[in-house]
Write a protein that binds this ligand. Structure first.
Ligand code: AMP
Length: 550
C-alpha cells in the first residue's frame, strides 16, 4: 500500500522561491570583480535569476544542456546556480585555477554549450576559445561599462538580464534530473565529472541546516570562502536560502585582509574554507595585531577539504571561534561527516573535546560508512584499525559523467581512497590518502599525523611528509618544511616530534623549502613532492646505517 502524501519533486527552484517569499529582505553581499561591494537580497536574487532563466531559454539553452561557469563567489555566479539548474539545464562549475589543458579537457568532456565568465578571466577565455569544441555562446558576467577587452562576440550579462521580465514560472520535472556538474581535482589521471541531481542537492541542503549538520540558520551571516566552483561551495549556496541565512561572497579576494574586513563589516557568524585560507586569515591578524575577539562576531568556523593542522584549529579557538572539521569529497555532495561532540563527551576535558573537533566527524543522517582492508574485508569501527573508507547515501555519486572511472560497487559502496579509522560512535579520523600512506617495514605511518605534529613547532609554517625509498624498510618518511623565519635545527625538530608520535615514525630527514605545491583547490600536492623526492637518498642510507626506524 502506498502512502497518501503528495509527491512534490525536490527542486532547486523551490529553495529560491521559498527564500524570496519568507526571507525576502535577507541580504546577499558580494564583492564584485569590478571592485565594488554589491548588496542584494533573496528578493533581488529571485528577480535576477528569473530574468536569467528567460535569457538562457532565449539563447537556446535546453533541459540537460551544460552551461559552464568560470567565476568567483559573486552574486552573479549565485544567479547561475538558480537560473541554469532551475530551467532543467546543468550548471558546470569549472575551477579556473586549473591548467589550460585541463580546462579544455573538462569543458569539452562536459560538452558545454555556453561559457559564462568573470571579467578577470577574459584572457583565459580568449586563449581557451579555439580549443573548445561545443561552446556556441560566451557571456561576460559584467555590465556594458566593463565589456571593453572581453573576447570578441561575448554577450553582456547585465544587458541580457535587463531585457527580461522578473517573473518566471519555473518548470516542474523529475527531482532526479541533473542540476550541477563538477570535476574532481584529478590528482591522478584525467578529472572525472560528478553529476549532482536536484534531489541530492536538496537533501544535502536540508542536512546542512540541522544542528548536527552545519547548524546553518536564519541567524547566520556566512562568509563563503569555499569557491562556488568547488563542489558547490559545500552546498552552502543551497542551504542558505532554505533557512534564510545571510550570504557574504568575497569575489576574487580570498586573501586574509579582505576576508577579515568582510567578516568584520558584515557581522559574519559562520564561515568555512580550506586550511590555506585560514592560514592567510590568521597571518593577517598576527601581522596587524587586529583585535579579532572584539571586532568579529564569528561563532563557528569549519576547516575542511584537507587535513586541518591542530595548531591552526587551536589559534582559531583562541580567538573565541568554535573551529571544527567536516569531511567529504566531490563525490559525496560534499559534506558527509561533521565533527560535533555528543552529550556523553561533555564530561571530557577541554583538550579531549577539542581533539574530537579536529577529527573528520560523524556521519550526518543519510550517510552510511564502513572501512575495508586491501582484500575488501569489512573492518571494525574500534577507533584504532585503519582501512579504506567507503560511503553510500542519497548524495553519494552513483557513477561518473560519461561512465569514466570506478563508481560504487553493486551494493552502492563508494571507495573514497581515504584511509581512516572509525570509532564506535562513528567518529572518522582521516589518516591519509591511500596513495600517500607511508609503508615502513609493513607498518603504516600516517603522513597527516606527522605533518600535524611538525606544524605545532613555532618555526614551521607548513609541513608535508612523503615516503621515500629505503632499502631495508621499503619506505621511510621525509619531512619537507617551509620554515617560519629561521629554519629550525633538524635534530631539535625531530626531538620535538617525539612528544606527538611514536619513535619509529620520526622522519629520517628534514628538508627546507620556500613553498610547497598545492592543487587548484588548496590541497597539498603530494604526488608532485613524491616525484621530486623519488630518488632522495636518506642520510642513513648514504652512510650505510640500518635506519632511523630501528
Ligand atoms: P575534493 O573532492 O576535491 O573535495 O577532495 C576530497 C578529499 O579531500 C577527500 O577525499 C580527503 O582526502 C580530503 N579531505 C576532505 N576533508 C578532509 C578532512 N576534514 N580531513 C582530511 N582530509 C580531508
Amino acid at each position: 500500500m502506498l502512502g497518501l502524501m503528495q509527491e512534490r519533486p525536490l527542486l532547486i527552484s523551490s529553495l529560491l522561491e521559498h527564500a524570496a517569499c519568507y526571507h525576502a529582505d535577507r541580504e546577499i553581499v558580494s564583492r564584485t570583480c569590478e571592485g565594488r561591494l554589491r548588496r542584494d537580497t533573496y528578493r533581488t536574487l529571485a528577480h535576477r535569476s528569473r530574468q536569467l532563466a528567460h535569457a538562457l531559454i532565449r539563447m537556446g539553452v535546453k533541459p540537460g544542456d551544460r552551461v559552464a561557469s568560470l567565476a568567483w563567489n559573486t552574486h552573479r555566479h549565485l544567479e547561475l546556480y538558480y537560473a541554469v539548474s532551475g530551467i532543467g539545464a546543468v550548471l558546470h562549475t569549472v575551477n579556473p585555477r586549473l591548467f589550460p589543458e585541463q580546462l579544455t579537457y573538462i569543458i569539452n568532456h562536459a560538452g558545454a554549450k555556453v561559457v559564462m565568465y568573470d571579467i578577470t578571466f577574459d584572457k583565459l577565455v580568449a586563449d581557451l576559445r579555439p580549443t573548445l569544441d561545443h561552446v556556441k555562446t560566451y557571456v561576460a558576467l559584467t555590465d556594458a561599462d566593463h565589456m571593453a577587452g572581453m573576447p570578441e562576440g561575448s554577450l553582456c550579462y547585465e544587458d541580457l538580464l535587463a531585457a527580461e521580465p522578473t517573473e518566471f514560472d519555473w518548470p516542474v520535472f523529475d527531482e532526479n534530473t541533473a542540476s550541477g556538474l563538477c570535476y574532481t581535482s584529478g590528482t591522478t589521471g584525467n578529472p572525472k565529472g560528478v553529476l549532482y541531481s536536484h534531489r541530492s542537492t536538496l537533501l544535502h541542503a536540508m542536512m546542512l541546516c540541522q544542528v548536527d549538520g552545519l547548524a546553518l540558520s536564519s541567524r547566520d551571516a556566512t562568509l563563503l570562502c569555499v569557491p562556488l566552483f568547488h563542489v558547490n561551495a559545500w552546498g552552502v549556496p543551497y542551504g542558505s536560502p532554505l533557512c534564510g541565512a545571510k550570504l557574504v561572497l568575497p569575489g576574487p579576494n580570498l586573501d586574509g585582509k579582505s576576508l577579515y574586513e568582510l567578516a568584520k563589516t558584515e557581522g559574519c557568524t559562520f564561515s568555512l574554507g580550506v586550511p590555506t585560507v585560514w592560514m592567510g586569515f590568521l597571518d593577517h591578524i598576527e601581522k596587524t595585531g587586529a583585535d579579532a575577539k572584539s571586532e568579529l562576531m564569528m561563532q563557528r568556523l569549519i576547516v575542511g577539504g584537507s587535513a586541518a593542522p591542530k595548531s591552526l584549529m587551536r589559534k582559531l579557538d583562541d580567538l573565541g571561534i568554535h573551529a571544527f572539521q567536516a569531511w567529504g569529497m566531490s563525490e559525496t555532495g560534499p559534506v558527509a561527516t561533521v565533527a560535533h561532540a555528543l552529550p556523553k563527551h561533555d564530561a571530557l576535558s577541554e583538550e579531549a573535546r577539542f581533539d574530537l573537533r579536529c577529527m573528520g566527524g560523524r556521519p550526518m543522517f543519510g550517510v552510511e560508512l564502513r572501512l575495508i582492508d586491501d582484500e575488501g574485508r569489512v573492518l571494525a569501527h574500534d577507533g584504532d584499525t585503519p582501512g579504506e573508507l567507503q560511503v553510500r547515501g542519497p548524495w553519494v555519486t552513483s557513477g561518473y559523467f560519461g561512465g569514466e572511472g570506478t563508481g560504487p560497487d553493486a551494493e552502492g559502496w563508494f571507495s573514497t581512497g581515504d584511509i581512516a579509522t572509525v570509532d564506535p560512535d562513528g567518529f572518522v579520523r582521516i589518516t591519509d590518502r591511500a596513495k600517500d600512506v607511508i609503508k615502513s617495514g609493513g607498518e603504516w605511518i600516517s603522513s597527516i599525523d606527522l605533518e600535524d605534529a611538525a606544524m605545532r613547532h613555532p618555526q614551521v609554517a607548513e609541513a608535508a611528509v612523503v615516503g621515500v625509498p629505503h632499502p631495508r624498510w621499503q619506505e621511510r618518511p621525509l619531512l619537507v618544511v617551509v620554515p617560519k623565519g629561521d629554519a629550525p635545527d633538524k635534530a631539535a625538530l625531530r626531538d620535538f616530534l617525539t612528544d606527538y608520535v611514536a619513535r619509529w615514525w620520526l622522519p629520517d630527514d628534514v628538508v627546507f623549502v620556500d613553498e610547497l605545491p598545492h592543487t587548484a583547490t588548496g590541497k597539498l600536492q603530494k604526488m608532485v613532492l613524491r616525484k621530486a623526492y623519488a630518488e632522495y637518498v636518506l642520510p642513513d642510507v648514504a652512510t650505510g646505517n640500518r635506519g632511523a626506524a630501528e
